[in-house]
Design a protein around this ligand. Structure first.
Ligand code: GDP
Ligand code: MG
Length: 245
């Protein structure tokens, strides 16, 4: 699921980049199907604009719970949200109050992954400071974002890979809706400026590669496990207690 204010590049990013280069498309398609519903910020009053998104996440838990309660549980279809990319505007300031509220509401129900939208609009140093500021805000407001876990028994290579992913959070992303022809038959996904090209798939230019690696390769199972064993379980327990009362 992709969430964030209108105009931050959600459709551009998730519509294309996440769906290409994807071995298992099922989950990813579910991501793109949700994108349009989850923009906000177009109304003067944004109070409780997180509510339909939370309802969407919980409705998917309900659908799963219904299936689990059926007599025949062989063909359970999992449409739960296993990752939620939260788009933060590249303001260079702090998190906005609406971001804090939104992230707080979603964090207990979904693996929340903060991303800095349109990071090509910030300099390297601005981005570094902004990332730190966001992490400080997240910790000050006790928002439980998704933390890729490290296991002691992992091999050194995996531990290193993990560290590199964690060090990029919140991921600075750039979206591009077309390929740029750079000559010699080479095409690059990126954005073209008078002074050069910012490449989506270049790790020196933005964190998109690391984000995709985490979602699709290194942490997909881990994200699903956390959804099932922690987030869904806590929802289920609450729901059953309410029904019993
Ligand atoms: P959404 O409302 O969040 O879905 O945003 P869109 O994907 O529709 O993008 C809104 C505008 O921002 C479009 O004009 C995009 O071309 C532009 N855009 C998208 N991603 C980026 C980015 O990474 N950097 C810059 N500078 N512009 C972007
Ligand atoms: Mg959109």
């Amino acid at each position: 699921m992709v969430v964030g204010e209108s105009g931050l590049g959600k459709s551009t990013l998730a519509g294309k980049e996440l769906t290409t280069d994807t071995p298992s498309t099922v989950e990813i398609q579910a991501i793109s199907a949700d994108i349009e519903e989850n923009g906000f910020g177009d109304f003067i009053n944004n109070e409780e604009c997180w509510s339909p998104i939370l309802e969407n996440i919980e409705a998917r838990f309900d659908a799963f719970l219904d299936q689990e309660n059926r007599v025949n549980r062989k063909r359970i279809v999992d449409t739960r949200v296993h990752a939620c990319l939260y788009f933060i505007a590249p303001t260079g300031h702090a998190l906005k109050p609406i971001d804090v509220e939104f992230m707080k509401k979603l964090a207990g129900r979904v693996n929340l992954i903060p991303v800095i939208a349109k990071s090509d609009t910030m300099t390297e140093e601005e981005l570094k400071n902004f990332k730190q500021r966001i992490l400080n805000d997240i910790s000050a407001h006790k928002i439980n974002i998704y933390q890729p876990p490290t296991y002691e028994n992992d091999d050194p290579e995996t531990i290193q890979e993990n560290k590199e992913i964690v060090s990029r959070i919140p991921f600075a992303v750039v979206g591009a809706d077309r390929d740029i022809d750079v000559g010699a038959g080479r095409k690059i996904r990126g954005r073209k400026y008078p002074w050069g090209i910012i490449e989506v798939d270049n790790e020196d230019h933005c964190d998109f590669v690391k984000l995709r690696q985490m979602l699709i390769r290194t942490h997909m199972e881990e994200l699903k496990e956390f959804t099932n064993e922690v987030l869904y379980e806590s929802y289920r327990t609450k729901k059953l207690a309410e029904l019993g009362a």
